[in-house]
Write a protein that binds this ligand. Structure first.
Ligand code: PRX
Length: 642
């Protein structure tokens, strides 16, 4: 890339190859965004064309109404690149964590057969269209096969991140009322086997799960219950390699994925077959500039939306190989990822700022011998990327030639919505870039007034939104309305992010305006962590806040008031254990402070803002509204801030 003032632009090489290089696309799309998406949808295979492109009855909206589709047909037999052209091409590359184990590769045809066999097996177990299927699998090929098999027969997949605890799994299974769960015996993480089946067995208690399908991965010993547990391998053994796709309505649900939101309970975002397919295909093709010779590695776990869209659906819809890696990024040494990039000649690499910062901290020495010649395009997602991390990524990984796409989106949006396009630019560190063509974003003040450049406000998306935007929160229309369609009325999608744009219209994300914190790119609410802690009988009350962290972006800090006196060591141990049990190791707090009281308003609301300022050593402001200003003195002593 080359630099002009403080902006970067793509090199000639990148530009020449890019699918999109003419700025005109923005103006054309703006003129008629509905037609813009409609034209893109025409390049997708539909069993029956839609009747209306966009129907809006606020807050609900539909895309490609009455169109009939199946996303797996678009990946396999009806792929827009032509089945004959792609069927012997690699579709999936799997890299296991143990370095003495061989990678596994599947061609499109091989993957198709596995998907069909497993789809038939699911049918034989009684899974029908619209049934929810829980997937609690590590990063192994079967996680992709399971998702696609569900989609093939019209079952709704709901993937739960394999590092989530059994309690987190249970909450999700209870909400979806899934009857089948797909899991594994175990998997490798930092040289050790994690016993996943044990978690799964615990997680299905008090749920409707009657059947558990177990992939044999780590060959560890596991408990087994006849008529409930089934080996994956046994189930598919005699199944046919053919399975007709279930013809789905455009607005039928493709998957439910849980994310943290305004309350303690996770919300099931509902994504549909038609709109999601169009968005996954085209955002991948244009943003990562996917061509037939590309190999994409999106490092996100499939348990998160990034893994769903850019680890599975988008590369496969575009007929290119997707790479997945089972283990820890720096195992057995910090250059593990670098080795994988070189070994498989990855061309498109998509990761999170936390990972970049972690590698940067390891120093450049470990990365020196890698040339990364294959890399063409780099992406970043999930949290703001700071300038130092951006520059390191650009220079040390991209060797100054790869565009860095800072992509903004959310579990709710299903696909990337803001980023500059690689063939056009411009790219500016800390700015996610321009909204994609066809999207209308605005930045509003509290009253709903559109703000001029450089003024911070709430980021919103205006009609016709995007085809892949969530259609609901599973079984909770009230929450859907409250969370997304209330701040500025039913016609404006409220992102819960604060942002501003510069004079060129490039958007900078400032952060969440709700109580969501992003810890190493993972999304939690402070309320969800507080709920988990409050379940402990020893806890009287608690407050969780997120504070900036050099590597993870943000990290949780807990303030706790106990019912009876206990040592700080004991309290810490108990709290960390509880958060690991209720949510997972990624929710572990950086610090626990044992305090006598928490600052509250007269109506009893805990003032987290004050705690945050106190830790940041900022001015606390007016404390006269507090019911217990004396609490501050004690807290200052505990956190050792004057
Ligand atoms: O605050 C924004 C932040 O992540 C939130 C969405 O989190 P999640 O649903 O877990 O999805 C993450 C991956 C798609 C957003 O509301 N976020 C996401 N991308 C960026 C970002 N913040 C800054 N820059 C980004 N590129």
């Amino acid at each position: 890339m080359f630099k002009k003032v403080d902006l970067y632009y793509p090199t000639k090489e990148i530009k020449n190859k890019a699918w999109v290089k003419d700025k005109k696309i923005y103006k054309d799309a703006e003129r008629n965004p509905i037609k813009f998406w409609e034209d893109l949808a025409k390049e997708i295979f539909w069993f029956k064309k839609w009747k209306k492109t966009f129907v809006h009855k606020p807050p609900s909206f539909q895309w490609f109404v009455e169109g009939k589709i199946n996303i797996t047909s678009n990946i396999f037999e009806k792929n827009s690149l032509g089945w004959e052209k792609i069927k012997n091409k690699t579709a999936l590359i799997w890299e296991p964590e143990p370095t003495n184990e061989k990678e596994r590769k599947l061609t499109y045809d091989e993957l198709f057969r596995e998907v069909n066999k497993f789809a038939n097996a699911l049918k034989r177990l009684g899974v029908r269209k619209g049934d929810r299927v829980g997937i609690y699998l590590p990063m192994i090929p079967e996680v992709i096969i399971s998702m696609l098999a569900c989609a093939r027969i019209g079952a709704i997949h709901s993937v739960v991140f394999s590092a989530f605890s059994s309690s987190a799994l249970k909450i999700r299974l209870q909400d979806t009322e899934a009857k089948v769960l797909i899991t594994a015996d175990g998997y490798w993480r930092r040289g050790k086997i994690i016993d996943l089946k044990k978690n799964a067995d615990e997680g299905i208690k008090q749920t409707k799960v009657k059947k558990v399908i177990v992939v044999q991965r780590a060959k560890n010993e596991i408990s087994w219950q006849k008529n409930k547990d089934f080996w994956w391998q046994d189930l598919i053994e005699k199944e046919s390699v053919q399975c007709e796709p279930r013809i789905m309505d455009s607005e039928d649900t493709l998957f439910i994925l849980y994310t943290s939101g305004s309350t303690g309970k996770p919300k099931g975002t509902v994504h549909t077959c038609g709109g999601y397919t169009v968005q996954a295909k085209w955002t991948g093709k244009w943003i990562f500039d996917l061509h037939h010779d590309d190999i994409m590695w999106c490092t996100a776990d499939v348990g998160w939306v990034t893994g769903h869209t850019y680890g599975v659906y988008s590369p496969l819809l575009n007929g290119i190989p997707t790479l997945i890696y089972e283990g820890s990024p720096d195992w057995p040494a910090p250059d593990r990822w670098a080795k994988i990039i070189e070994k498989h000649k990855v061309t498109i690499f998509y990761t999170a700022p936390t990972a970049i910062r972690m590698f940067k901290k390891y120093g450049t020495e470990f990365i020196k011998k890698y040339k990364f010649n294959s890399l063409r395009i780099l992406g970043s997602v999930g949290e703001p990327i700071d300038e130092a991390a951006w520059n390191w990524y650009f220079k040390k990984v991209g060797k100054g030639k790869c565009p860095i796409l800072d992509t903004w989106w959310q579990t709710e949006t299903g696909g990337i919505l803001i980023t500059s396009l690689p063939g056009i630019g411009p790219f500016k560190p800390c700015f996610t870039g321009l909204p994609l063509p066809g999207l209308k974003f605005d930045i509003l003040d509290e009253k709903g007034k559109s703000l001029p450049p450089n003024k911070e406000g709430n980021l919103v998306l205006l009609p016709p939104f995007s085809p892949g935007l969530l259609r609901g929160i599973y079984k909770n229309p009230k929450k859907y309305l409250e969370t997304y369609w209330s701040e500025y009325g039913k016609k404006v999608y409220f992102t819960s992010d604060a942002a501003y744009k510069n004079k060129q219209g490039l958007i900078r994300i400032v952060g969440r305006v709700d109580d969501v914190i992003k810890v190493a790119g993972h999304r939690f609410t402070t309320g969800e962590l507080e709920n988990a802690i409050s379940k402990l009988s020893s806890v009287s009350e608690c407050a969780v806040i997120g504070i900036p962290d050099e590597i993870k972006g943000e990290t949780p800090i807990v303030f706790v008031v106990l019912k009876k006196e206990k040592s700080i060591e004991e309290t810490k141990k108990e709290l960390i254990g509880q958060l690991r049990k209720e949510i997972g190791p990624i929710a572990s707090p950086k610090q626990v402070y044992l305090v006598e009281d928490l600052p509250k308003t007269r109506s009893g609301k805990i003032m987290r803002r004050i705690l945050k300022r106190l830790l940041a050593k900022e001015k606390l402001g007016d404390l006269s509204t507090l019911a217990n200003p004396e609490s501050i003195k004690d807290i200052k002593k505990v956190v050792k801030v004057r």
